[in-house]
Ligand binder design. Structure first.
Ligand code: DLL
Length: 436
């Protein structure tokens, strides 16, 4: 396997060297955070008034967690650690569910983020000569600009297509010989069904790779995309609070995502007890930025659930790897007392070749009971008007789901294209139960 690094030194630092670097950067970050009203108050309360109060990496546990609510309360300026004149960009969350959150970036912040993105892209084997079509939204969402700058830094041709306009996306892919795309998995599934049924055929395209991220997706979804398009797909994880994409990424070996630990200090906690847990136990990821100047964040609770993987990756990178994100601690569904993650349902749907790439999970209240309905489209090449076939597919899906999630769902099959399409992050779960 061909292994290429962007920052060979940083990417292959051994454990001790990495910890040493982390301690230096953690002290600087605490010092930087103390320049904000928010952290000054918080840290002084626990007896930290300078970066030098952090003697070892374990001292990080003296620092209280930061949450999304803290960011909302601090909006717009209470977490800004540098002069506004030195800020060159900001990204905010969409703010559709309340006060938005904002992350500011200095020139060095953008420079470091860009470098991390270049690292991610290169680690999948992309290199000079590749043509990169970026199919996520450009704007306040971090997926567009984050990947754009990283790819430009490597020096590959970037097509800033943004999301949507599926026919134009496919035309651009054909006309400019796109070899690698970045999209949400739900949108790439949608595009792949068009490629398989439209005028422009797979054989007209030079596509080899895709970066998939910004929303949870199962291993089965990756396989489905790889099969439908005949490409390699790599998992890309990040969150706006930690810049955006470029936090963790799969390398050519696709065996978990390397977290760039020289930029982000990672802890795993039990989301209920909030205790730090050992690697390999499943828990919630907590991140501390290690080289950000404008908005340093200390012990930020991501709500994302996963585990740290054991063993070394043959690629030579020593940064720890995390397994695929299982879901968020706040998106687990409890249906008649049974805990279910939407990813378990997605896993089953993607295993059945007769159903397509788009689905919805709907939960309603019927009297005292919860009712789960799974709606999914049929695969475009399957539906031939034979209704006994439909009934067989329904039974198969229902049985496989019941065996996996231990709840018996109703199944609704829709014709191809019958469910709303998402061009960015897909909304899959519709929980219509009255809020307690
Ligand atoms: O989604 C940043 C991003 C853009 C990542 C493009 C990758 C590619 P937010 O909008 O703040 O930022 O959403 C962050 O999305 O906490 C996870 O819950 C979820 N998420 C992101 N990547 C993955 C992934 C961007 N690969 C939130 N697998 C995170 C599962 C993901 N969930």
């Amino acid at each position: 396997m061909d292994i290429t690094y962007w920052n060979a030194h940083e990417e292959t630092l051994d454990k001790d060297a990495l910890r040493e670097l982390q301690l230096i950067r953690l002290r600087q970050t605490v010092g930087q955070a103390l320049k904000t009203d928010f952290y000054k108050r918080r840290l002084n309360k626990v007896g930290i008034s300078s970066g030098d109060d952090i003697k070892t990496l374990d001292d990080i546990r003296r620092i209280p967690f930061t949450t999304k609510d803290d960011l909302r309360e601090a909006y717009p300026f209470a977490m800004l650690a540098i002069d506004l004149h030195d800020v060159i960009r900001l990204h905010t969350s969409s703010g559709t569910t309340g006060t938005p959150t904002v992350i500011y970036h200095s020139r060095s912040d953008i420079d470091n983020w860009t470098d991390l993105m270049a690292r991610c892209i290169i680690s999948t084997g992309v290199n000079r000569g590749d043509v990169f079509q970026n199919m996520t939204t450009y704007g306040l969402f971090t997926g567009g600009l984050g990947f754009h700058y990283g790819a430009e830094r490597i020096g590959i041709l970037v097509i800033p297509a943004s999301s949507g306009k599926t026919n134009r996306q496919i035309m651009l892919m054909r006309d400019f010989g796109t070899t690698v795309v970045h999209a949400t998995p739900s949108y790439l599934l949608h595009i792949s069904s068009h490629i398989n049924s439209g005028d422009i055929k797979r054989s007209d395209l030079k596509l080899q790779r895709a970066f998939l991220g910004a929303e949870p997706h199962s291993e089965e979804t990756r396989k489905k995309i790889e099969e439908l398009l005949g490409i390699d797909a790599y998992n890309s994880y990040g969150l706006s609070e930690m810049n955006g994409p470029g936090v963790a990424f799969e390398c050519v070996y696709k065996n978990g995502m390397h977290v760039w630990e020289d930029a982000f200090f990672m802890e795993m906690i039990d989301p209920v007890s909030q205790e730090v847990i050992p690697d390999e136990n499943e828990g919630e990821i907590v991140f501390t930025t290690l080289n950000r100047t404008a908005t340093p964040l200390l012990r930020y609770r991501t709500r994302d659930l996963t585990s740290v993987m054991g063993g070394e990756c043959p690629c030579g990178r020593k940064h720890r790897r995390i397994a695929r994100i299982k879901g968020r601690s706040d998106d687990m569904l409890i249906i008649n007392g049974v805990n279910i993650f939407p990813s378990q349902i997605e896993d089953v749907i993607m295993k059945i070749p007769e159903v397509g790439t788009n689905y919805q999970i709907v939960v309603d209240k019927h009297g005292a009971l919860d009712k789960l309905t799974v709606k999914t489209e049929l695969y475009s090449k399957i539906f031939n008007g034979d209704f006994s076939l439909l009934s067989n597919i329904k039974i198969k899906l229902q049985t496989m789901l019941r065996d996996t999630i231990l709840v018996n769902p109703s199944i609704e099959l829709h014709e191809p294209g019958g469910l709303p399409v998402s061009e960015g992050k897909a909304k899959r779960v519709f929980d219509n139960r009255p809020k307690m």
